[in-house]
Design a protein around this ligand. Sequence first.
Ligand SMILES: [Zn+2]
Length: 87
Amino acid sequence: MYRHRKERRLALREHARKETKMKTNSTDVKTLVCCSCGGVTTGRQWHNRDLGYGLCGKCAKWIATRLTVKDMESYYGIKDINYFPEK
Ligand SMILES: [Zn+2]
């Protein structure tokens, strides 16, 4: 019984890991066009954004002051994974 539960938990964790990887495309940082200012930037493609578009550091910093973390994630991805805000 215990064994089954443990296996199920491991399978669920593996599934979550794959899903996160798929969503964040967490392997490759690419050259992207900022969807806000049109500038060239680098980041990881977010599944909810048009292919080749991301968010530049300047816009990320500015937009983050106007949106909730949840909205930021929905539109632009995860901070420091998909986009890199200016410090
Ligand atoms: Zn920008």
